[in-house]
Design a protein around this ligand. Structure first.
Ligand SMILES: NC(=O)C1=CN([C@@H]2O[C@H](COP(=O)(O)OP(=O)(O)OC[C@H]3O[C@@H](n4cnc5c(N)ncnc54)[C@H](O)[C@@H]3O)[C@@H](O)[C@H]2O)C=CC1
Ligand SMILES: O=C(O)[C@H]1O[C@H](OP(=O)(O)OP(=O)(O)OC[C@H]2O[C@@H](n3ccc(=O)[nH]c3=O)[C@H](O)[C@@H]2O)[C@H](O)[C@@H](O)[C@@H]1O
Length: 484
Protein backbone atom coordinates (compact mmCIF):
# COMPACT_ATOMS: atom_id res chain seq x y z
CA UNK A 1 0.00 0.00 0.00
CA UNK A 2 1.29 3.50 -0.88
CA UNK A 3 2.28 5.62 2.12
CA UNK A 4 -0.23 8.35 3.02
CA UNK A 5 0.20 11.66 1.17
CA UNK A 6 -0.32 13.54 4.44
CA UNK A 7 -0.59 12.58 8.09
CA UNK A 8 -3.13 14.47 10.15
CA UNK A 9 -3.57 14.17 13.91
CA UNK A 10 -6.48 15.82 15.71
CA UNK A 11 -6.22 16.44 19.45
CA UNK A 12 -9.76 16.23 20.89
CA UNK A 13 -12.24 13.54 19.85
CA UNK A 14 -15.38 15.51 20.66
CA UNK A 15 -18.38 16.87 18.77
CA UNK A 16 -16.08 18.76 16.41
CA UNK A 17 -12.91 16.64 16.25
CA UNK A 18 -14.71 13.33 15.66
CA UNK A 19 -17.11 14.26 12.83
CA UNK A 20 -14.71 16.72 11.14
CA UNK A 21 -11.88 14.22 10.96
CA UNK A 22 -14.22 11.44 9.86
CA UNK A 23 -15.31 13.64 6.93
CA UNK A 24 -11.69 14.42 5.97
CA UNK A 25 -10.86 10.70 6.10
CA UNK A 26 -13.89 9.88 3.96
CA UNK A 27 -13.09 12.44 1.29
CA UNK A 28 -9.32 11.95 1.28
CA UNK A 29 -8.56 8.21 1.28
CA UNK A 30 -4.85 8.91 0.74
CA UNK A 31 -4.61 10.99 3.94
CA UNK A 32 -4.05 9.23 7.28
CA UNK A 33 -6.21 10.73 10.01
CA UNK A 34 -5.63 9.98 13.70
CA UNK A 35 -7.99 11.38 16.32
CA UNK A 36 -6.54 11.37 19.83
CA UNK A 37 -7.97 12.20 23.23
CA UNK A 38 -7.07 11.97 26.90
CA UNK A 39 -10.45 10.39 27.59
CA UNK A 40 -10.06 6.60 27.38
CA UNK A 41 -13.83 6.16 27.54
CA UNK A 42 -14.42 8.46 24.58
CA UNK A 43 -11.79 6.78 22.43
CA UNK A 44 -13.14 3.33 23.34
CA UNK A 45 -16.60 4.48 22.26
CA UNK A 46 -15.27 5.84 18.94
CA UNK A 47 -13.76 2.42 18.35
CA UNK A 48 -17.05 0.63 19.15
CA UNK A 49 -20.46 0.35 17.49
CA UNK A 50 -21.80 2.78 20.05
CA UNK A 51 -20.24 6.14 19.12
CA UNK A 52 -19.87 8.67 21.94
CA UNK A 53 -22.08 11.26 20.19
CA UNK A 54 -25.41 10.93 18.46
CA UNK A 55 -25.35 12.62 15.07
CA UNK A 56 -27.44 11.54 12.08
CA UNK A 57 -25.26 9.93 9.37
CA UNK A 58 -22.09 9.91 11.49
CA UNK A 59 -21.87 6.17 12.08
CA UNK A 60 -22.02 5.48 8.33
CA UNK A 61 -19.10 7.85 7.68
CA UNK A 62 -17.05 6.39 10.55
CA UNK A 63 -17.75 2.82 9.45
CA UNK A 64 -16.62 3.63 5.90
CA UNK A 65 -13.14 4.70 6.96
CA UNK A 66 -12.34 3.51 10.49
CA UNK A 67 -9.36 1.15 10.34
CA UNK A 68 -8.67 2.23 6.73
CA UNK A 69 -7.35 5.79 7.10
CA UNK A 70 -9.24 6.90 10.22
CA UNK A 71 -7.99 5.85 13.65
CA UNK A 72 -9.00 6.78 17.20
CA UNK A 73 -6.37 6.47 19.92
CA UNK A 74 -5.20 7.62 23.34
CA UNK A 75 -1.58 7.41 22.20
CA UNK A 76 -1.55 11.21 21.99
CA UNK A 77 2.16 12.03 22.08
CA UNK A 78 3.33 9.40 19.58
CA UNK A 79 0.71 10.29 17.00
CA UNK A 80 1.26 14.03 17.38
CA UNK A 81 5.02 13.53 16.97
CA UNK A 82 4.45 11.48 13.84
CA UNK A 83 2.11 13.79 11.86
CA UNK A 84 2.46 16.71 9.42
CA UNK A 85 -0.66 18.64 10.46
CA UNK A 86 -2.04 18.83 14.03
CA UNK A 87 -5.60 20.03 14.48
CA UNK A 88 -6.39 21.17 18.00
CA UNK A 89 -10.06 20.71 18.81
CA UNK A 90 -10.08 20.70 22.60
CA UNK A 91 -12.52 22.43 24.93
CA UNK A 92 -12.33 26.19 25.29
CA UNK A 93 -14.90 26.67 28.08
CA UNK A 94 -15.78 29.81 29.99
CA UNK A 95 -13.41 30.42 32.91
CA UNK A 96 -15.01 29.54 36.22
CA UNK A 97 -12.47 31.21 38.51
CA UNK A 98 -9.86 33.93 38.51
CA UNK A 99 -9.38 36.79 36.09
CA UNK A 100 -12.30 37.05 33.66
CA UNK A 101 -14.31 34.32 35.48
CA UNK A 102 -17.78 33.88 33.96
CA UNK A 103 -16.73 35.49 30.66
CA UNK A 104 -13.21 34.86 29.38
CA UNK A 105 -12.30 31.68 27.53
CA UNK A 106 -10.36 29.16 29.58
CA UNK A 107 -7.39 28.25 27.38
CA UNK A 108 -5.91 25.73 29.84
CA UNK A 109 -6.60 22.77 27.57
CA UNK A 110 -5.35 24.57 24.47
CA UNK A 111 -2.17 25.69 26.17
CA UNK A 112 -1.42 22.24 27.53
CA UNK A 113 -1.96 20.78 24.04
CA UNK A 114 0.41 23.40 22.55
CA UNK A 115 3.08 22.68 25.16
CA UNK A 116 2.78 18.97 24.48
CA UNK A 117 3.09 19.54 20.70
CA UNK A 118 6.25 21.58 21.28
CA UNK A 119 7.72 18.94 23.57
CA UNK A 120 7.11 15.86 21.46
CA UNK A 121 7.64 17.25 17.94
CA UNK A 122 10.73 16.17 16.01
CA UNK A 123 9.77 17.66 12.61
CA UNK A 124 8.14 20.83 11.22
CA UNK A 125 4.36 20.97 11.61
CA UNK A 126 1.29 22.92 10.73
CA UNK A 127 -0.80 23.54 13.86
CA UNK A 128 -4.47 24.25 13.13
CA UNK A 129 -6.79 26.01 15.57
CA UNK A 130 -10.06 24.13 15.18
CA UNK A 131 -11.40 25.06 18.60
CA UNK A 132 -13.13 28.42 18.87
CA UNK A 133 -10.64 30.75 20.52
CA UNK A 134 -10.34 34.44 21.42
CA UNK A 135 -8.95 36.64 18.68
CA UNK A 136 -5.14 36.77 18.90
CA UNK A 137 -4.84 33.30 20.44
CA UNK A 138 -2.59 32.23 17.57
CA UNK A 139 -0.05 34.80 18.74
CA UNK A 140 0.05 33.27 22.21
CA UNK A 141 0.22 29.75 20.79
CA UNK A 142 3.07 30.76 18.50
CA UNK A 143 4.98 31.97 21.56
CA UNK A 144 4.42 28.71 23.43
CA UNK A 145 5.52 26.68 20.40
CA UNK A 146 8.51 28.76 19.39
CA UNK A 147 9.94 28.95 22.92
CA UNK A 148 10.23 25.18 23.04
CA UNK A 149 10.85 24.57 19.39
CA UNK A 150 14.40 23.11 19.29
CA UNK A 151 14.79 24.50 15.77
CA UNK A 152 11.49 23.01 14.60
CA UNK A 153 9.24 25.32 12.54
CA UNK A 154 5.55 25.58 13.35
CA UNK A 155 3.01 27.37 11.19
CA UNK A 156 -0.23 28.29 12.95
CA UNK A 157 -3.48 28.39 11.02
CA UNK A 158 -6.95 29.34 12.16
CA UNK A 159 -9.60 27.06 10.65
CA UNK A 160 -12.74 27.60 12.75
CA UNK A 161 -15.57 25.11 12.46
CA UNK A 162 -19.11 26.19 11.58
CA UNK A 163 -20.98 22.87 11.82
CA UNK A 164 -24.15 22.73 13.87
CA UNK A 165 -25.00 19.67 15.93
CA UNK A 166 -27.75 17.48 14.54
CA UNK A 167 -26.75 18.45 10.99
CA UNK A 168 -22.98 18.05 11.35
CA UNK A 169 -22.51 15.54 8.52
CA UNK A 170 -24.53 17.59 6.07
CA UNK A 171 -22.73 20.78 7.16
CA UNK A 172 -19.33 19.15 6.73
CA UNK A 173 -20.14 17.57 3.37
CA UNK A 174 -21.68 20.76 1.93
CA UNK A 175 -20.31 23.69 3.95
CA UNK A 176 -21.43 27.26 3.22
CA UNK A 177 -17.73 28.08 3.44
CA UNK A 178 -14.44 26.85 4.84
CA UNK A 179 -12.37 29.56 6.45
CA UNK A 180 -8.58 29.39 6.68
CA UNK A 181 -6.55 32.17 8.27
CA UNK A 182 -2.77 32.25 8.14
CA UNK A 183 0.27 34.49 8.34
CA UNK A 184 1.05 36.61 5.29
CA UNK A 185 4.52 35.10 4.95
CA UNK A 186 5.90 32.55 2.52
CA UNK A 187 5.72 29.80 5.16
CA UNK A 188 2.27 30.95 6.28
CA UNK A 189 0.84 30.90 2.77
CA UNK A 190 2.41 27.50 2.03
CA UNK A 191 0.65 26.13 5.11
CA UNK A 192 -2.64 27.73 4.03
CA UNK A 193 -2.31 26.04 0.65
CA UNK A 194 -1.59 22.64 2.23
CA UNK A 195 -4.79 22.83 4.27
CA UNK A 196 -6.72 24.26 1.35
CA UNK A 197 -5.71 21.27 -0.79
CA UNK A 198 -7.29 18.94 1.78
CA UNK A 199 -10.68 20.69 1.73
CA UNK A 200 -10.51 21.24 -2.03
CA UNK A 201 -11.07 17.49 -2.50
CA UNK A 202 -14.77 18.07 -1.92
CA UNK A 203 -15.42 21.77 -1.24
CA UNK A 204 -15.71 24.04 -4.32
CA UNK A 205 -12.78 26.44 -4.50
CA UNK A 206 -14.96 29.58 -4.28
CA UNK A 207 -16.23 28.38 -0.92
CA UNK A 208 -12.76 28.16 0.60
CA UNK A 209 -12.02 31.59 2.01
CA UNK A 210 -8.52 32.55 3.07
CA UNK A 211 -7.86 35.50 5.38
CA UNK A 212 -5.39 36.77 7.94
CA UNK A 213 -5.23 34.95 11.27
CA UNK A 214 -7.08 37.56 13.31
CA UNK A 215 -9.94 37.88 10.83
CA UNK A 216 -10.45 34.12 10.83
CA UNK A 217 -10.44 33.92 14.64
CA UNK A 218 -12.80 36.86 15.00
CA UNK A 219 -15.13 35.70 12.20
CA UNK A 220 -15.99 32.61 14.21
CA UNK A 221 -16.93 34.58 17.33
CA UNK A 222 -18.82 37.14 15.23
CA UNK A 223 -20.77 34.47 13.30
CA UNK A 224 -21.98 32.82 16.50
CA UNK A 225 -22.79 36.17 18.09
CA UNK A 226 -24.87 37.27 15.10
CA UNK A 227 -26.69 33.93 14.85
CA UNK A 228 -27.54 34.09 18.55
CA UNK A 229 -28.55 37.73 18.18
CA UNK A 230 -31.20 36.72 15.63
CA UNK A 231 -32.71 34.28 18.12
CA UNK A 232 -32.67 36.81 20.95
CA UNK A 233 -34.23 39.37 18.61
CA UNK A 234 -37.11 37.10 17.69
CA UNK A 235 -37.48 35.97 21.30
CA UNK A 236 -37.67 39.59 22.45
CA UNK A 237 -40.43 40.10 19.88
CA UNK A 238 -42.17 36.96 21.19
CA UNK A 239 -42.67 38.64 24.57
CA UNK A 240 -44.23 41.64 22.85
CA UNK A 241 -46.45 39.31 20.79
CA UNK A 242 -47.84 37.80 23.96
CA UNK A 243 -48.63 41.25 25.33
CA UNK A 244 -50.30 42.48 22.15
CA UNK A 245 -52.02 39.44 20.63
CA UNK A 246 -49.66 39.19 17.66
CA UNK A 247 -48.34 35.76 16.67
CA UNK A 248 -44.54 35.40 16.58
CA UNK A 249 -44.64 32.74 13.85
CA UNK A 250 -46.59 35.07 11.58
CA UNK A 251 -44.26 37.94 12.37
CA UNK A 252 -41.13 35.80 11.75
CA UNK A 253 -42.56 34.53 8.47
CA UNK A 254 -43.42 38.04 7.33
CA UNK A 255 -40.04 39.55 8.16
CA UNK A 256 -38.13 36.52 6.84
CA UNK A 257 -39.66 37.12 3.41
CA UNK A 258 -37.47 40.21 3.13
CA UNK A 259 -34.51 38.83 1.21
CA UNK A 260 -32.21 41.09 3.18
CA UNK A 261 -33.30 39.32 6.38
CA UNK A 262 -34.02 35.77 5.12
CA UNK A 263 -36.12 33.07 6.80
CA UNK A 264 -33.51 31.08 8.73
CA UNK A 265 -32.82 31.29 12.47
CA UNK A 266 -36.01 33.17 13.30
CA UNK A 267 -37.68 30.36 15.22
CA UNK A 268 -38.79 31.69 18.57
CA UNK A 269 -38.02 29.32 21.42
CA UNK A 270 -37.63 28.86 25.16
CA UNK A 271 -34.09 30.13 24.56
CA UNK A 272 -30.98 29.07 22.73
CA UNK A 273 -28.68 26.48 24.27
CA UNK A 274 -25.66 24.50 23.19
CA UNK A 275 -22.05 24.59 24.14
CA UNK A 276 -21.06 27.61 22.11
CA UNK A 277 -23.43 30.56 21.66
CA UNK A 278 -23.35 31.81 25.23
CA UNK A 279 -19.70 30.93 25.77
CA UNK A 280 -18.58 32.63 22.57
CA UNK A 281 -20.62 35.79 23.18
CA UNK A 282 -19.30 36.09 26.75
CA UNK A 283 -15.84 35.66 25.33
CA UNK A 284 -16.52 38.41 22.78
CA UNK A 285 -17.81 40.64 25.57
CA UNK A 286 -14.63 40.03 27.55
CA UNK A 287 -12.40 40.81 24.56
CA UNK A 288 -14.33 44.07 23.97
CA UNK A 289 -13.94 45.02 27.64
CA UNK A 290 -10.21 44.27 27.52
CA UNK A 291 -9.95 46.57 24.51
CA UNK A 292 -11.81 49.38 26.30
CA UNK A 293 -14.94 48.98 24.15
CA UNK A 294 -17.53 48.99 26.93
CA UNK A 295 -20.47 50.05 24.70
CA UNK A 296 -19.74 47.23 22.28
CA UNK A 297 -19.42 44.79 25.18
CA UNK A 298 -22.77 45.98 26.58
CA UNK A 299 -24.45 45.54 23.20
CA UNK A 300 -23.47 41.86 22.93
CA UNK A 301 -24.16 41.16 26.59
CA UNK A 302 -27.80 41.92 25.91
CA UNK A 303 -28.07 38.92 23.57
CA UNK A 304 -27.30 36.66 26.54
CA UNK A 305 -29.47 38.74 28.89
CA UNK A 306 -32.53 38.33 26.62
CA UNK A 307 -31.83 34.61 26.42
CA UNK A 308 -31.77 34.34 30.21
CA UNK A 309 -34.95 36.42 30.35
CA UNK A 310 -36.66 34.07 27.88
CA UNK A 311 -35.82 30.96 29.90
CA UNK A 312 -36.92 32.49 33.19
CA UNK A 313 -40.04 34.00 31.58
CA UNK A 314 -41.04 30.50 30.45
CA UNK A 315 -40.61 28.99 33.92
CA UNK A 316 -42.58 31.88 35.46
CA UNK A 317 -45.41 31.37 32.94
CA UNK A 318 -45.65 27.73 34.00
CA UNK A 319 -45.74 28.52 37.68
CA UNK A 320 -48.10 31.48 37.47
CA UNK A 321 -50.52 29.66 35.13
CA UNK A 322 -50.80 26.79 37.58
CA UNK A 323 -52.27 28.92 40.38
CA UNK A 324 -48.93 30.46 41.21
CA UNK A 325 -47.44 27.30 42.60
CA UNK A 326 -46.16 24.00 41.29
CA UNK A 327 -45.20 22.66 44.71
CA UNK A 328 -45.82 18.91 44.76
CA UNK A 329 -47.29 18.99 41.24
CA UNK A 330 -46.05 16.58 38.61
CA UNK A 331 -44.69 18.31 35.53
CA UNK A 332 -43.62 16.24 32.52
CA UNK A 333 -40.58 17.63 30.75
CA UNK A 334 -40.55 16.55 27.12
CA UNK A 335 -37.08 16.98 25.72
CA UNK A 336 -33.86 17.77 27.54
CA UNK A 337 -31.34 18.08 24.67
CA UNK A 338 -30.54 21.65 23.59
CA UNK A 339 -32.04 20.96 20.14
CA UNK A 340 -33.44 18.01 18.24
CA UNK A 341 -31.28 15.27 16.69
CA UNK A 342 -28.56 15.47 19.31
CA UNK A 343 -28.00 13.96 22.73
CA UNK A 344 -26.00 17.03 23.74
CA UNK A 345 -27.29 18.89 26.78
CA UNK A 346 -24.57 21.49 27.26
CA UNK A 347 -26.25 24.81 28.25
CA UNK A 348 -29.61 23.37 27.29
CA UNK A 349 -32.47 25.71 28.25
CA UNK A 350 -34.06 22.66 29.92
CA UNK A 351 -31.54 22.97 32.76
CA UNK A 352 -32.66 26.51 33.61
CA UNK A 353 -36.35 25.74 33.22
CA UNK A 354 -36.05 22.61 35.40
CA UNK A 355 -34.15 24.57 38.04
CA UNK A 356 -36.86 27.26 37.95
CA UNK A 357 -39.58 24.68 38.48
CA UNK A 358 -37.64 22.70 41.09
CA UNK A 359 -37.10 26.00 42.90
CA UNK A 360 -40.88 26.17 43.27
CA UNK A 361 -40.84 22.55 44.47
CA UNK A 362 -42.27 20.86 41.39
CA UNK A 363 -41.90 17.12 40.88
CA UNK A 364 -40.42 16.58 37.41
CA UNK A 365 -40.61 13.55 35.16
CA UNK A 366 -38.17 13.97 32.30
CA UNK A 367 -38.26 12.23 28.93
CA UNK A 368 -35.80 12.65 26.08
CA UNK A 369 -35.30 10.13 23.29
CA UNK A 370 -31.51 10.57 23.27
CA UNK A 371 -30.41 11.78 26.69
CA UNK A 372 -29.73 9.12 29.34
CA UNK A 373 -30.88 9.47 32.94
CA UNK A 374 -27.36 9.73 34.38
CA UNK A 375 -26.60 12.69 32.13
CA UNK A 376 -29.77 14.54 33.15
CA UNK A 377 -29.09 14.02 36.85
CA UNK A 378 -25.49 15.16 36.40
CA UNK A 379 -26.58 18.27 34.46
CA UNK A 380 -29.08 19.25 37.12
CA UNK A 381 -26.53 18.89 39.89
CA UNK A 382 -23.67 20.77 38.26
CA UNK A 383 -22.72 24.42 38.68
CA UNK A 384 -22.83 26.81 35.75
CA UNK A 385 -19.88 26.50 33.33
CA UNK A 386 -18.61 23.31 35.03
CA UNK A 387 -20.01 21.11 32.29
CA UNK A 388 -17.48 21.97 29.61
CA UNK A 389 -14.37 20.68 31.31
CA UNK A 390 -12.94 17.32 30.24
CA UNK A 391 -13.06 15.85 33.76
CA UNK A 392 -16.86 15.86 33.45
CA UNK A 393 -16.50 13.06 30.93
CA UNK A 394 -15.16 10.84 33.67
CA UNK A 395 -17.53 11.83 36.47
CA UNK A 396 -20.55 9.76 37.32
CA UNK A 397 -23.04 12.36 38.43
CA UNK A 398 -22.91 14.57 41.47
CA UNK A 399 -25.62 14.89 44.08
CA UNK A 400 -28.82 13.56 42.66
CA UNK A 401 -31.97 15.51 43.14
CA UNK A 402 -34.79 13.38 44.48
CA UNK A 403 -37.44 15.56 42.89
CA UNK A 404 -36.83 14.27 39.40
CA UNK A 405 -37.86 11.05 37.78
CA UNK A 406 -36.72 9.74 34.45
CA UNK A 407 -39.13 8.16 31.98
CA UNK A 408 -38.26 5.92 29.07
CA UNK A 409 -41.74 6.26 27.59
CA UNK A 410 -43.26 9.60 26.71
CA UNK A 411 -46.81 8.55 27.65
CA UNK A 412 -45.61 7.28 31.03
CA UNK A 413 -43.89 10.62 31.57
CA UNK A 414 -47.18 12.46 31.06
CA UNK A 415 -49.40 10.05 33.02
CA UNK A 416 -50.95 11.79 36.00
CA UNK A 417 -49.12 15.04 35.27
CA UNK A 418 -50.62 18.44 36.04
CA UNK A 419 -48.65 20.04 33.26
CA UNK A 420 -46.37 19.29 30.30
CA UNK A 421 -43.45 21.39 29.10
CA UNK A 422 -42.07 20.80 25.60
CA UNK A 423 -38.47 21.96 25.72
CA UNK A 424 -36.87 20.28 22.67
CA UNK A 425 -38.38 20.22 19.19
CA UNK A 426 -38.01 16.45 18.63
CA UNK A 427 -40.13 15.41 15.61
CA UNK A 428 -41.85 12.74 17.69
CA UNK A 429 -43.43 15.43 19.89
CA UNK A 430 -45.32 16.80 16.88
CA UNK A 431 -47.16 13.55 16.33
CA UNK A 432 -47.98 12.30 19.81
CA UNK A 433 -51.46 11.06 20.65
CA UNK A 434 -52.29 14.19 22.65
CA UNK A 435 -55.85 13.01 23.28
CA UNK A 436 -54.45 9.95 25.09
CA UNK A 437 -52.07 12.20 26.99
CA UNK A 438 -54.88 14.60 27.94
CA UNK A 439 -57.14 11.79 29.11
CA UNK A 440 -54.46 10.52 31.50
CA UNK A 441 -53.56 13.88 33.05
CA UNK A 442 -54.80 15.75 36.10
CA UNK A 443 -57.35 18.46 35.24
CA UNK A 444 -57.13 21.23 34.36
CA UNK A 445 -54.38 19.92 32.07
CA UNK A 446 -51.69 22.45 31.11
CA UNK A 447 -49.49 22.32 28.05
CA UNK A 448 -46.52 24.70 27.78
CA UNK A 449 -44.88 24.59 24.38
CA UNK A 450 -41.41 26.10 24.43
CA UNK A 451 -40.78 25.25 20.78
CA UNK A 452 -44.08 26.12 19.10
CA UNK A 453 -44.56 22.64 17.68
CA UNK A 454 -48.12 21.76 18.73
CA UNK A 455 -51.21 23.01 16.94
CA UNK A 456 -52.56 25.30 19.60
CA UNK A 457 -56.18 25.40 18.38
CA UNK A 458 -56.40 21.58 18.24
CA UNK A 459 -54.96 21.29 21.73
CA UNK A 460 -57.40 23.85 23.14
CA UNK A 461 -60.27 21.99 21.50
CA UNK A 462 -59.13 18.84 23.33
CA UNK A 463 -59.33 20.72 26.60
CA UNK A 464 -55.72 21.66 27.30
CA UNK A 465 -54.88 25.09 28.67
CA UNK A 466 -52.10 26.00 26.28
CA UNK A 467 -49.18 28.40 26.44
CA UNK A 468 -47.05 28.54 23.30
CA UNK A 469 -44.15 30.99 23.07
CA UNK A 470 -45.11 34.26 21.38
CA UNK A 471 -48.63 33.10 20.47
CA UNK A 472 -51.87 34.79 21.46
CA UNK A 473 -52.50 33.83 25.06
CA UNK A 474 -55.10 31.39 26.27
CA UNK A 475 -57.77 33.40 28.15
CA UNK A 476 -56.79 31.46 31.28
CA UNK A 477 -53.19 32.63 31.07
CA UNK A 478 -54.12 36.13 29.89
CA UNK A 479 -56.34 36.88 32.87
CA UNK A 480 -53.60 36.04 35.36
CA UNK A 481 -51.69 38.84 36.96
CA UNK A 482 -48.08 37.89 36.52
CA UNK A 483 -44.82 39.60 36.78
CA UNK A 484 -42.44 38.41 34.08
N1 LIG B 1 -19.86 21.49 19.49
C1 LIG B 1 -19.96 22.18 18.38
O1 LIG B 1 -20.95 22.05 17.66
C2 LIG B 1 -18.89 23.12 17.95
C3 LIG B 1 -17.79 23.38 18.77
N2 LIG B 1 -16.81 24.25 18.35
C4 LIG B 1 -15.63 24.48 19.17
O2 LIG B 1 -14.78 23.33 19.07
C5 LIG B 1 -14.08 23.10 20.32
C6 LIG B 1 -14.36 21.70 20.79
O3 LIG B 1 -15.74 21.59 21.02
P1 LIG B 1 -16.43 20.16 21.18
O4 LIG B 1 -15.90 19.21 20.18
O5 LIG B 1 -17.88 20.42 21.23
O6 LIG B 1 -15.89 19.77 22.63
P2 LIG B 1 -15.90 18.33 23.31
O7 LIG B 1 -15.90 18.54 24.77
O8 LIG B 1 -16.96 17.47 22.70
O9 LIG B 1 -14.48 17.70 22.86
C7 LIG B 1 -13.26 18.17 23.31
C8 LIG B 1 -12.37 16.97 23.60
O10 LIG B 1 -11.04 17.41 23.84
C9 LIG B 1 -10.44 16.51 24.78
N3 LIG B 1 -9.26 17.14 25.36
C10 LIG B 1 -9.20 18.25 26.14
N4 LIG B 1 -7.90 18.53 26.44
C11 LIG B 1 -7.14 17.60 25.80
C12 LIG B 1 -5.73 17.37 25.70
N5 LIG B 1 -4.86 18.18 26.30
N6 LIG B 1 -5.32 16.31 24.98
C13 LIG B 1 -6.17 15.47 24.35
N7 LIG B 1 -7.53 15.66 24.41
C14 LIG B 1 -8.01 16.71 25.12
C15 LIG B 1 -11.55 16.25 25.77
O11 LIG B 1 -11.32 15.06 26.49
C16 LIG B 1 -12.77 16.15 24.82
O12 LIG B 1 -13.05 14.83 24.43
C17 LIG B 1 -14.55 24.21 21.25
O13 LIG B 1 -13.64 25.26 21.19
C18 LIG B 1 -15.88 24.65 20.65
O14 LIG B 1 -16.14 26.00 20.92
C19 LIG B 1 -16.88 24.84 17.13
C20 LIG B 1 -17.93 24.60 16.28
C21 LIG B 1 -19.01 23.71 16.62
O1 LIG C 1 -19.86 27.08 17.25
C1 LIG C 1 -20.72 26.23 17.42
O2 LIG C 1 -20.76 25.43 18.34
C2 LIG C 1 -21.87 26.12 16.48
O3 LIG C 1 -22.98 26.80 17.13
C3 LIG C 1 -24.21 26.73 16.41
O4 LIG C 1 -24.60 25.38 16.22
P1 LIG C 1 -25.36 24.54 17.37
O5 LIG C 1 -25.22 25.23 18.67
O6 LIG C 1 -24.88 23.16 17.26
O7 LIG C 1 -26.90 24.52 16.92
P2 LIG C 1 -27.88 25.65 16.35
O8 LIG C 1 -28.69 25.04 15.30
O9 LIG C 1 -27.18 26.89 16.01
O10 LIG C 1 -28.85 25.92 17.59
C4 LIG C 1 -28.38 26.57 18.76
C5 LIG C 1 -29.55 26.83 19.69
O11 LIG C 1 -30.40 27.84 19.15
C6 LIG C 1 -31.74 27.38 19.12
N1 LIG C 1 -32.41 27.98 17.96
C7 LIG C 1 -31.88 27.87 16.72
C8 LIG C 1 -32.49 28.47 15.64
C9 LIG C 1 -33.67 29.20 15.82
O12 LIG C 1 -34.28 29.78 14.89
N2 LIG C 1 -34.18 29.30 17.08
C10 LIG C 1 -33.58 28.71 18.16
O13 LIG C 1 -34.07 28.83 19.29
C11 LIG C 1 -31.62 25.86 19.02
O14 LIG C 1 -32.79 25.22 19.46
C12 LIG C 1 -30.43 25.62 19.94
O15 LIG C 1 -30.84 25.59 21.28
C13 LIG C 1 -24.02 27.36 15.03
O16 LIG C 1 -25.23 27.22 14.30
C14 LIG C 1 -22.88 26.69 14.27
O17 LIG C 1 -22.66 27.35 13.04
C15 LIG C 1 -21.61 26.76 15.13
O18 LIG C 1 -20.55 26.08 14.48
Amino acid sequence: MAPPSLKICCIGAGYVGGPTMAMIALKCPDVEVNVVDISKARIAAWNSDNLPIYEPGLSEVVEACRGRNLFFSTDVERLVADCDVVFVSVNTPTKTTGLGAGKAADLTYWESAARMIATVSKSDKIVVEKSTVPVKTAEAIEKVLSHNAKGIKFQILSNPEFLAEGTAIQDLAFPDRVLIGGRDTEGGQKAVNTLKSVYARWVPEDKIITTGLWSAELSKLAANAILAQRISSVNAISALCESTGADVSEVAFAIGKDTRIGPKFLQSSVGFGGSCFQKDILNLVYICECNGLSEVAHYWKQVVAINDYQKSRFAKRVISSMFNTVAGKKIAILGFAFKKDTGDTRETPAIDVCHGLLGDRAVLTIFDPQVPEEQIRRDLSMNKFEWDHPHQLHSHGGSVTSKIEYATDVYEACKGAHGICILTEWEMFRNLDYQRIYDNMQKPAFLFDGRNIVKVADMRKMGFIVYSIGKPLDPWVKDLQINI
